[in-house]
Design a protein around this ligand. Sequence first.
Ligand code: BG6
Length: 508
Amino acid sequence: MENLKNLIIVIFGASGDLASRKLIPAIFSLKTQKMMPEKCSLVGVGRTNFSNEDFRAKMKEALMTFSEEKDKSSEIIESFTDELRYLQVDNSGAESYTRLRSLLDTISGEKGIEKNYIFYLATPPSLYEVISVNLSNAGLLDQKEGFRRVIIEKPFGYDLESGRKLNCTLHELMSEDQIFRIDHYLGKETVQNLLVTRFANGMFEPLWNRNYIHRVEITSSENIGVEDRGGYYDSSGALRDMVQNHLLQMVGLTAMEPPSSLDANAIRNEVLKVFQSLQPIREEDVPNQVIRGQYTSSLIRGECVAGYRDEKGVARDSRTETYVAIKFFINNWRWGGVPFYIRTGKRLPTRVTEIVVHFKPTPHHLFRRTMEKVSANQLIIRIQPDEGILLKFDMKEPGAGFNVKNVNMDFHYKDLADIRVPSAYVRLIADVMLGDSTLFSRDDEVETAWKFLEPVQRAWANNPSIKVYGYPAGTWGPEHSNDLIEGDELTWRYPCKNLADDELYCEL
Ligand code: BG6
């Protein structure tokens, strides 16, 4: 990893939503927290016909609305936005890139900035290839005069084949260490804390295997629907939107072996090994190992909530999944035979991401008479919100006899320090500036994740009899997903109750 160097950040798609909501606020935070290099400049690039002033005004408004900084006075914000530049481009026109190159030359000259450039492609994925080719043709990916890095957002392809093709094209134009594939879950403080929890504490690691762990459950639920992203979402679905990237990365960090060092490749090699050890799901097993659902309209506290098919941009007969739950195994020495369960969905009762490690019960139940049922210890790693760790275990109730009660040992991340947990984009953009790719997906990880999901995508595409279960908005997804969990009376952990007043499950 190198020291922070002076640089210019160029955001493609600068007039879009991602730039306004996440990127500009993150860079503003970095600036406010004095984490930007001494000399740097930010150029917005897009198809919209903006002048520098128009762009600055739009970004000022974005910062007023989305910045998490305490001091959002006009003075502070304007001192940041006044420095911004904008260039209107035609993404596929060579001439636009010649103009971009000369603008960057001018800024470097005026400000005495070395020609270190970061290109953030906050555009639809269909433009990644054309923009990269044009950057390359204009000599902007050539690293002779400074570093050149390209950040891309998921989805990294649509399936295994397109994921490979995208990697191939990018590799023809630049080396892997110039490519930063953002998975914003890896930027979350508590996801990184997984490594510390596991590898800095002597007490968890000896238990972290098939001898002591009964099953592992990972949930990432959202209470919002698809909002104004119906068009994108309907061609994506939860499997591509959340599982291929965020959920599998969490599986990787939960299940990986200790890396030989904290070096980016050492960590990513271990995550890759987990992905390579995922037991392939056979196409014929998809109906039993994978449950998909789609939210239907419901009443939540008396208010009517629209179903997915009524959302803007969504086909009226859509079979796109807004919920998916998968059971799988990791075929290696540590995890052989331990089921992993992952689920994600929109319009569930609450927004929560957590990893639940269920330990095996004691081999002999000494307190059987006084316990209603034998409970097992659980370690719950709460990724968001209310980041922290909860350990559930049994204690004796005070008084005569041996009445056993399940209690909580509860650690909240916010108690650790009086500092705000930085947003994922702040951390990740800082890492790109430093050239640290630890928290970014590598080409082989992306492809191996697609490979694991390929039979599921194929089965859904080829077999229309595989059900899409309707679940009322505000509930925990299809009831059938409990069938995935092995063991009598075992269910998913439900962090809170269903919200829908009227729960009518159906098949779509
Ligand atoms: C994005 C998905 O990657 O992650 C969205 O495209 C989803 O559909 C979002 O809403 C969830 O992120 P977070 O940080 O709110 O859990």
